[in-house]
Write a protein that binds this ligand. Structure first.
Ligand code: NAI
Ligand code: MG
Length: 484
């Protein structure tokens, strides 16, 4: 079969999403106690569009005093918010959900501009799921006693929440919605490269009439995050990000009364058995590793293909990779957008170099890449084994390491041979294999004949160095409650 050549034989007409409906300020302040306030530091930093590296806006940098002000506001608000009837809390949260839906187009465009993800993904996945999280947890606000029968659930207090740059608005929703549904108040810090949609969410929160101080949003880099972690009046830290920072946070809060949930890195195994529906599995491989440029903690970055079908799968995968469109995140044809930052691109390129130096066989699809901005073509590595650095470490980019296996026991052993334990995928026609693997794989989430599917009703989280605690579903409520 000849290789599909969609690049030279097909030309897609540009289909850019319009940006003329977007309202952005040139400078964004901190959202504390229901108001936008200038930072005590008087310092601002730039947020850029990673597809062009042009500056979009200036973002306030919060220091210790700002964080303290936000925590004080949250503490004050906690007194009344925690006593408000669940039904009333739910109304505010429903309102926020509906307002996100109403402004979904604006949010999707800003998410793609600030973070580099394809507009199709922000429009169809990030923003609708963020609204869904608010809807879902709004529904629980007045039913906590039914969620935990024979117990008296009580909120924890003030939650400090620190989120990453790969799903900016969605991670804000994962954190804020369950926390405030349970009667907690929050101080949230978005990641420094992608603060804009969290600040737009602050506008919605202000407009929704949510009592002042229930949600505070402070922007800044890692040091602002550390001020939240170390603040003495925080009851709970919820963090999503790198395993290294997760470890730092654990050290900082050891011996304090602070509770924590940590959602950290991953190195997901995507396992294709010979009886799988091959074409669907190939789509699943693409979705597992190239979705959101591979900036996904649960990405299927290690592919295990049963030996008897390896040749066919790899051929089909290479064909499929050559049809992926990489480029302008705001174009509706785009499959792979920009790498989130120069720093992240340097990390990915470092790993690609290591992969080659350690003897891996690299394949990259041919695609024209703009000179401006941060780009990485979809990449796969063959001839690698368990000991290769690119098989062991999280790359957080569109880079797939492929290995083969013969038996089910062998693949379980290999899949579990990692410091992480966040996610896995299994592709087979046989239900019994699915059950065996879901039992024996050390992963918080195992997808069967699909990958990267998310739903607010479903708990998400990891084992080992992927962290602890669950977000989503009833488990996600539990992490913001104590039982007396
Ligand atoms: P990071 O873990 O440094 O950043 C995540 C968040 O933590 C950001 O809001 C950041 O400002 C904050 N932060 C940084 N240092 C902190 C500290 N000492 N105390 C409190 N908060 C702090 O991740 P980074 O550097 O942006 O990415 C590095 C690597 O981490 C990536 O290459 C990827 O492998 C991994 N990563 C994993 C994520 C996941 O969802 N599992 C998300 C982001 C990154
Ligand atoms: Mg940005």
């Amino acid at each position: 079969m000849s290789k599909l050549d969609l690049i030279s034989s097909w030309e897609f007409t540009d289909a850019p999403e319009s940006t003329n409906h977007i309202k952005l300020k040139t400078r964004y302040d901190l959202f504390i106690d229901g108001e936008f306030v200038t930072p005590q530091s008087r310092k601002y930093f730039d947020t850029t569009n990673p597809a062009t590296n042009e500056v979009i806006a200036e973002i306030a940098s919060a220091n210790k005093k700002d964080v303290d002000k936000a925590v004080k506001s949250a503490r004050k608000a906690f007194k009344s918010w925690s006593k408000l009837a669940g039904k009333e809390r739910g109304k505010y949260i429903f309102r926020i959900a509906r307002m996100i839906q109403e402004r979904a187009r604006e949010f999707a465009v800003i998410e793609s501009m600030d973070g580099g993800k394809p507009i199709r993904e922000s429009r169809d996945i990030d923003i609708p799921l963020a609204a869904n999280h608010f809807f879902y947890y709004a529904g629980w606000a007045d039913k906590l006693e039914y969620a935990f029968p024979n117990k008296t659930p009580k909120p924890l207090g003030v939650a400090g929440q620190i989120i990453p740059w790969n799903f900016p608005l969605l991670m804000a929703a994962w954190k804020i919605a369950p926390a405030i549904a349970c009667g907690n108040t929050v101080v949230l810090k978005p990641a420094e490269t992608t603060s804009l949609t969290a600040l737009k969410l602050a506008e919605i929160i202000q407009e929704s009439g949510l009592p002042k101080g229930v949600v505070n949003i402070v922007t800044g880099a890692g040091n602002t995050g550390a001020e939240i972690v170390n603040h003495p009046d925080i009851d709970k830290i919820a963090f999503t990000g790198s395993t290294n920072v997760g470890k730092l946070i654990q050290k900082s809060i050891a011996g304090t009364k602070k509770k924590s949930t940590l959602e950290l890195g991953g190195k997901g195994a995507n396992i294709i058995f010979e009886d799988a529906a091959i074409d669907q599995a190939v789509e699943g491989i693409v979705n597992a590793i190239f979705f959101n440029q591979g900036h996904v903690c649960c990405a299927g970055s290690r592919l295990f293909v049963q030996e008897s079908i390896a040749e066919t799968v790899i051929k089909k995968l290479k064909d499929r990779m050559s049809s992926l469109i990489i480029g302008n995140p705001l174009d509706k044809n785009t499959d792979i957008g920009a790498i989130n930052s120069k720093e992240q691109l340097a990390t990915i390129n470092k790993y690609i170099k290591i992969g080659q130096e350690e003897g891996g066989e690299i394949y990259q699809s041919k695609c024209s890449i703009s000179k401006k901005g941060n780009w990485c073509p979809p990449t796969l590595f063959l001839n690698v084994s368990q000991s290769h650095t690119i098989v062991q470490e999280e790359i957080f980019g569109p880079v797939l390491a492929i290995q083969t296996f013969r038996t089910i026991d062998e693949v379980i052993e290999k899949a579990n041979n990692t410091p992480f334990g966040l996610s896995a995928g299994v592709w087979t026609e046989k239900g019994s294999k699915i059950f065996k693997l879901t039992q024996e794989l050390n992963a918080g989430v195992v997808w069967a004949n699909t990958y990267n599917k998310f739903d607010p009703t479903s708990p998400f989280g990891g084992f080992k160095e992927s962290g602890f605690g669950r977000e989503g579903g009833l488990h996600g409520l539990k992490a913001y409650l104590k039982f007396e």
